[in-house]
Write a protein that binds this ligand. Structure first.
Ligand code: AMP
Ligand code: GLY
Length: 416
């Protein structure tokens, strides 16, 4: 089987790595890929958003299945386009990917189908949003409606900062068109956990839990990032919660999407807050999380291509998915300055001295025989261990062996 993986970050490296172990997969291509993925797949210089270009490539190379990593091509309708041409794709259609690309859509869906989430209001005018800012008390959460690369959520403690946030989203268009509408939402207290699920539109199979560390500095200080590390299982998740999450959140969401004629096939991401009133949805994503994929896929025992085919062919109920008992921890090595501006092009040293971890590349490039930095998040080291503490120790030992100018990582991943 010939497979194309679309994307070029740590998540796609983990997908390529896992798919390369499948007995069914003979050849893997990745568009655009990166400096690490190139060791396992043939990287091709086509952007993940270039649907027409990807289609031409798939046709020329006789690709059997396209696996889509990031949300942007999904929200642009890559699945619909490919399916219309008779091609096999793993990832939801555009009318289902909206569950991530419009937060207003997802909030209305949850309200209509009584799926537990924070109380909210949607506003199309900045004046109205400002006038109603105090409705849920403070702190309060302000969210841009559309896609904003994980940065469209601002939590404010008072009216003044709230007004500034609304101005920056709706007037200054900090996130572009994504800020045409805002959601003002009740602040939820609790611990966060991510549950990813495979679904074929009818059956849903949750994966092992994970937890993402979104802030740049230790102790969850500083700006939000794409994610600075992850642990699986999530530290505050208890197996006893799984039945409630399945019955009140996962199955109702999959059923709701089907009922709305937006049948969801692919990986559905549930960002949850574990509150004292039970688990509530903070956000949905239409794909694997990054860096959650780098820990969850490490724990997957079964053949990923078998599962993906079962999803595409709507026979997930027949599939038995197995997981490793071990825990997994991953830590992101970032460029200094990230999530603000940073420099690129520094040589990465020590990649071959890593012993216990997988080194998934996020922002790297291969030039003149060297691997150099090429993004804010550069590498994601991910290790298994008998316990979370063991996995943590394994990954932090390996982090010491890698070096590049300005390299930064959090020291407290999987600690609390
Ligand atoms: P999102 O992009 O929707 O996942 O939001 C980014 C982060 O903002 C989440 O991971 C939470 O830490 C935080 N957040 C979002 N919504 C809420 C909420 N209603 N209450 C508390 N924190 C929230
Ligand atoms: N780790 C959060 C996300 O992928 O959106």
């Amino acid at each position: 089987m010939r497979v194309l993986v679309v994307g070029g970050g740590g998540r796609e490296h983990a997908l390529v790595w896992k798919l390369s172990q499948s007995m069914k997969v003979n050849e893997i291509f990745c568009a655009p890929g990166n400096g690490g993925i190139r060791q396992m797949a043939e990287c091709i210089d086509i952007k993940a958003e270039d649907i027409e270009g990807l289609y031409e490539f798939v046709l020329n190379k006789k690709i059997d299945i396209t696996v889509v990593g990031p949300e942007v091509p999904l929200s642009l309708g890559i699945t619909d386009y490919f399916e219309k041409k008779g091609l096999r794709v793993f990832g939801p259609r555009q009318n289902a990917a909206i569950i991530e690309s419009s937060k207003a859509f997802s909030k209305e869906l949850m309200e209509k189908y009584k799926i537990p989430t924070a109380s909210y209001k949607i506003y199309e005018s900045p004046a109205e949003a400002k006038a109603n800012l105090s409705e849920f008390g403070f702190p309060v959460v302000i969210k841009a409606d559309g896609l904003a690369a994980g940065k469209g959520v601002i939590i404010v403690d008072d009216l003044g900062s709230g007004i500034k946030a609304i101005d920056s989203i709706m007037e200054e268009k900090q996130f572009g068109e994504a800020g045409n509408r805002v959601i003002i939402e009740e602040y939820l207290n609790g611990k966060e956990a991510t549950i990813l699920a495979f679904t074929d539109g009818i059956t849903a199979v949750p994966m092992v839990s994970a937890q993402d560390y979104k802030r740049i500095f230790d102790d969850d200080e500083g700006l939000n990032t794409g994610g600075m590390g992850a642990v699986s299982p999530a530290l505050h998740y208890r197996e006893e919660m799984s039945a409630e999450i399945m019955e009140t959140i996962i199955l109702p969401t999959v059923k709701a999407m089907k009922y709305e004629n937006r049948s969801y096939k692919g990986v559905l991401y549930f960002g949850l807050m574990l509150t004292d009133k039970g688990p509530k949805v903070i956000e949905y994503n239409c794909r694997f999380g990054d860096p959650e994929a780098e820990v969850v896929l490490l724990r997957l025992e079964s053949d990923l291509m078998d599962i993906m085919e079962a999803v595409i062919d709507e026979r997930l109920d027949k599939e038995c998915i197995e997981w490793k008992e071990e825990a997994a921890v991953c830590v992101v090595m970032a460029s200094s300055g990230y999530p603000g501006s940073y420099k690129k092009g520094y040589e990465i040293r020590g990649l071959n001295s890593v012993v216990d971890s997988m080194v998934f590349h996020a922002g790297t490039k291969f030039i003149d025989g060297k691997v150099v930095t090429n993004g804010g998040r550069v590498l994601v080291l991910s290790a298994l261990g008998k316990t979370v503490a063991d996995a943590r120790e394994n990954v932090y030992k390996d982090i010491e062996k890698i070096d590049f100018e300005g390299c930064y990582n959090r020291k407290d991943i999987a600690k609390t």
